[in-house]
Ligand binder design. Structure first.
Ligand code: GAL
Length: 997
């Protein structure tokens, strides 16, 4: 028994309002909407589709759709199997779109070399998005910012001629290489051709500096033409940083093409001030956000759903990303995102929705390894309470396409219950109407720190409706909204979804637990009402059934008769309950499941509904679906189920929760020191001679010095070594000191040795709030020296951290990294420099995986390295000395394959100890721990890289500056979360030592 879309439409027919019901999603296509039904969850269906827009919204196959999007970066989750997990979670929680940066540096180890294999398999990622039913907004730069090294530019590009982010021909030739490579994949996944689900494509990123200059305008025109020439035929847009109207349609050359380019903008407002009106309600003329381009829909390409935290945790006072999530919590989301919807935003992308991990040398200097961002799905892929409003609003936008076409309607005067009206009530009220359907929406927002019980005059209510609007919160109310064969007159609870399942229509309304709600549904005559669960009062009055209920778990009210044959199930759910209600669209019609922590997929075959998903606690399972559905399968297991008075099937037994996960202690450590490069006798003859005299860097080459900048010698990531040889022939002992000038990103560090003896170390200062945005740091370290006549070697190790980003298009990514100048006081020896950075890029783990430490060059970080001869040690350690030491151990895990365990590595120690650790799991660089800076202590070890059933190798490269004893202190595995279910995880290829040099 399969219901086709056509059968459904025929059955559903046309409503009294002249609206055509259609779509297996139960969505509407309005009589006056352009053409065609509302789109199903999209997929790579092999058919052609149209992707267009008008001033209200995107139009997919002529139907309106609000793109409710979350930003996800595949390069921040180096385990392709887990992409599916993240995307399924987003889809289940109501997102219909993801926005995706593609980071050039991640894919290009060298000019002309582009790699889209393994963890870089963009094709697989886009396929997974299509299989999950998500639209894609693709953002391949070339510049992306995104708190990644050089804002996404490859290391090698920092050492090339020409000014980036302009029409400079050298730069453009590299850009074209990149776009050709990435577009070759993108073009296969365009929704227009049915090969995938890409519906929008972004050019550049927040390009605000050359807006009026020919080199900026030509650059944008070049990108436009190139992307079109590569076959990208979906609408293009740019994300204006400042709501200035920059790069709006008509402001640069789009090759004579019009109507296929949109204006977009970004917004990261402070959570401490009232949300800005960047659209219908804004002031400031046509440049105010969504009104800057009146003929294209409001497109918020990035809206802050969290924020990043710099080294030292200065953004959140050392409290880390938990504080980011607290300051932009679920109420923030309701307050800000509902304001956006009120302002005409119809493409709404939350940056970030899953932040992930800036592993290896990916992070820009400003951030540490975790890019959790305080996002709705945390770095360990666990749902947070921030998914609640996204879930509720996402389902609503899907069920109620009326929201895709809204005009501003007459302002209403909201009062406080029993008191003042308008502003005095402290409520900002937005009133919108769909001009075709006459559905009205009110968004009520409370920017004050105390709760308000608002009195809202609504169409159809005799006295203003009491509506609770808690402190710093918001809600959406609807009136005149069709709910299948019934119509909502009003409700003080927020509508979440409606669908038709079997004979009955079901509607869900939500709010905060404990709130009193009143809901009225039109009924031509008095219906029969049964309260199936919870407490509710009801009355039939003035042609409507009125239901009063306090929100507490799930309240179920069954309405029969009253002018319509079809039963109507009214579900009132508090927040916690609402995220256990899962709507899923199948070709046979929508399914609503209730109970488990996650519903990933639902499919109907014959009379059986097959569900997959996750549980954490034991959970009931109940399902509503098309008529004839009589059996339930959960994660491949058939369940005994019974029909209920709610019209659902309920499993007789609860689904089990997740079993306990036990993690082993980490012991059997082995230890080895390194830095032989500091020894006088080290053989550096294979190293490159640093003898260049000019550079394309923005850092001037100091007079009389060779170029020492690491990038000029092809070393772009991680640590770099220098060895300077000189002969002192003259007056031995005259030298007083040596001064080493160096440039790094935040947290840079330098250590020096003369003839094998430590001279000392120098660190860049830990930034405070005022310096935290500074990407590039320079300093001069001066060490006293004494040496006799004869040959000498000065060895210097620079942890240069990463390249600055280039947000202002000033080539800041080209600032030097490494040593810049070396001068002696009291002597002026002629020094010959040799330099050694990272070995050839790891062909599997990519160019950002390792730097130039001796151990990295020798493969000490890789599985299979023979460490049997290393010394056995126990933690905690407290050794003192300047240099590099490695620790290795192995551990086995045997986690039940039906369990998705999020596992992290936690390091803790006395915070006075000055050392840092590079963490390698099975050869993968999982991030950097700086013991005396922080704030990060737990590093996510993603399944796939982590063998959850099998053997793992952990290697820690410890750099200590010798000023304090150095750890590691305590090192342990941490269970960050677990669920029964998950997705099948394929181990990520983790070859042993083959590529080291
Ligand atoms: C935006 C930028 C993003 C990211 C974000 C902050 O301005 O476009 O790439 O850097 O800021 O996280």
């Amino acid at each position: 028994m399969v219901w086709s879309r056509r059968t459904f439409s025929a059955l559903a027919g046309t409503t009294a309002l002249g609206l055509t019901l259609s779509g297996s999603g139960g969505a509407f296509a309005r009589a006056s909407a352009p053409t065609g039904p509302a789109p199903d969850p999209p997929g790579a269906d092999g058919t052609r589709h149209t992707v267009g827009f008008d001033k209200y919204s995107m139009l997919v196959d002529g139907s309106r759709v609000v793109l409710w999007s979350g930003e996800v970066h595949p390069f921040r989750l180096p385990s392709p199997s887990l992409w599916r997990d993240v995307l399924e979670k987003l889809r289940a929680h109501g997102y219909n779109t993801i926005s995706v940066y593609v980071s050039w540096n991640y894919h290009s180890p060298a000019p002309g070399r582009y790699d889209f294999t393994g963890v870089r398999d963009l094709d697989l990622f886009l396929r997974t998005a299509a299989e999950t039913g998500l639209y894609v907004i693709l953002r391949p730069g070339p510049y992306i910012n995104a708190e990644v090294d050089a804002g996404g530019f490859p290391g090698w590009l920092t050492a090339t001629r020409g000014t980036a982010r302009t029409s400079d021909p050298t730069y453009l030739s590299y850009v074209d290489e990149w776009l050709t490579a990435v577009n070759r994949i993108a073009v296969r996944h365009l929704y227009t051709h049915g090969g995938g689900t890409i519906v929008l494509y972004q050019l550049e990123n927040e390009y605000a500096n050359n807006v009026t200059s020919p080199r900026g305008r030509d650059y944008m025109a070049h990108l436009y033409a190139k992307v079109r020439a590569d076959g990208i035929d979906v609408p293009l847009f740019h994300n204006d940083k400042g709501r200035n109207g920059y790069w709006a349609p008509g402001t640069f050359d789009t090759g004579g093409e019009s109507g296929r380019y949109l204006y977009g903008f970004d917004g990261y407002p402070s959570p401490l001030a009232p949300p800005p009106d960047w659209g219908y309600y804004g002031v400031g003329g046509t440049k105010g956000g969504s009104t800057a381009s009146p003929e294209t829909p409001g497109l918020l390409a990035e809206f802050g759903g969290g924020w990043f935290d710099p080294w030292g945790g200065v953004e959140f006072d050392g409290k880390g990303y938990a504080e980011s999530a607290r300051t932009r919590d679920a109420a923030y989301e309701r307050r800000f995102y509902l304001t956006n919807l009120a302002n005409g935003i119809k493409v709404h992308n939350v940056y970030m929705t899953f932040g992930g991990t800036s592993w290896g040398w990916l992070p820009a200097p400003v951030v540490y390894t975790s890019y959790d961002y305080g996002a709705a799905l945390d770095e360990a892929r666990r749902p947070t309470p921030k998914l609640v409003p996204m879930h509720q609003l996402g389902q609503l936008l899907h069920s109620v396409p009326d929201l895709a076409k809204l005009d501003r309607a007459a302002d209403i005067q909201v009062g406080a219950k029993g008191g003042a009206s308008g502003e005095a009530a402290g409520i900002t009220a937005y009133h919108l109407v769909n001009p075709d359907t006459e559905a009205h929406f009110h968004i009520l927002r409370n920017d004050r720190a105390d709760d308000v019980l608002a009195a809202v005059p609504l169409a159809g209510v005799d006295v203003p409706l009491p509506v609770p609007v808690p402190a710093l919160d918001a809600r959406l109310l609807a009136t005149g909204l069709p709910l299948g064969r019934r119509t909502l007159r009003y409700s003080s609870a927020q509508p979440m979804l409606w669908l038709t399942a079997g004979r009955q229509d079901i509607a869900v309304f939500t709010g905060r637990k404990g709130e009193a709600t009143r809901t009225a549904v039109e009924c031509a005559s008095k219906p029969t009402v049964t309260v199936l669960e919870g407490k509710a009062d009801h009355a039939y009055t003035s042609g409507a059934l009125r239901v009063d209920a306090e929100l507490d778990g799930l309240t179920r009210v069954l309405v029969e008769g009253g002018g319509t044959d079809a039963p109507f199930l009214l579900l009132l759910a508090d927040d916690e309950t609402s995220v256990r209600l899962w709507r899923h669209d199948t070709p046979s019609g929508p399914v609503l499941a209730y109970g488990p922590a996650l519903l990933r997929t639902a499919a109907l075959r014959d009379t059986t509904v097959h569900l997959t998903g996750d549980t954490v606690e034991a959970a009931d399972l109940e399902v509503w679906g098309p008529r004839g559905m009589s059996e339930v399968v959960w994660n491949q297991g058939r369940l005994k189920a019974r029909a209920t008075t709610s019209g659902s099937l309920r499993a007789e037994r609860r689904l089990p929760g997740v079993p306990a996960v036990h993690l082993p202690a980490l012991d059997n450590w082995r230890f080895h020191t390194e830095n032989p490069e500091s020894d006088a006798g080290f053989d550096d003859s294979a190293w490159k001679v640093a003898d260049r005299t000019s550079s394309y860097s923005t850092t001037p080459v100091p007079a009389g010095q060779p170029v020492l900048f690491a990038d000029d010698y092809g070393f772009h990531y991680g640590d770099v070594w220098y060895r300077g040889r000189f002969e002192e022939a003259g007056d031995a002992g005259a030298a007083e000191s040596v001064s080493l000038s160096y440039v790094t990103g935040t947290q840079g560090l330098l250590m020096a040795w003369l003839d094998g003896k430590p001279l000392g170390a120098h660190r860049m200062p830990v930034p405070d709030k005022s310096t935290v945005r500074k990407g590039t740091w320079s300093a001069t370290a001066t060490f006293p020296v004494r040496y006799a006549s004869g040959p000498h070697v000065l060895s210097v190790l620079v942890r240069r951290m990463q390249h600055d980003m280039d947000g202002a298009a000033k080539d800041t990514h080209k600032a030097a990294r490494g040593l810049t100048a070396v001068t002696f006081a009291g002597a002026s020896p002629a020094v010959t420099w040799r330099i050694q950075g990272e070995a050839a890029p790891d062909p599997v783990r990519g160019p950002l995986n390792h730097g130039g430490l001796y151990g990295e060059r020798q493969g000490w970080h890789l599985p299979g390295f023979a460490d049997g001869g290393w010394k056995a040690v126990d933690f905690p350690r407290a050794s003192r000395g300047q240099g590099v030491a490695w620790y290795r151990t192995g551990f086995r895990l045997a986690i039940d394959p039906g369990v998705d365990a999020s596992i992290g590595l936690t390091l803790t120690d006395d915070p006075a100890r000055a050392y840092r650790v590079q963490i390698f799991l099975n050869g993968w660089n999982m991030g950097q721990y700086i013991n005396d800076v922080g704030p990060q202590h737990t590093f996510v070890l993603p399944g796939g890289v982590l063998r959850t059933r099998g053997a793992n190798t952990l290697a820690l490269a410890v750099l200590s500056d010798g000023t304090t004893p150095a750890g590691p202190g305590e090192v342990r595995l941490t269970l960050m979360g677990s669920a029964a279910g998950g997705v099948p995880v394929t181990p990520v290829d983790s070859p042993g030592r083959a590529h080291a040099r």
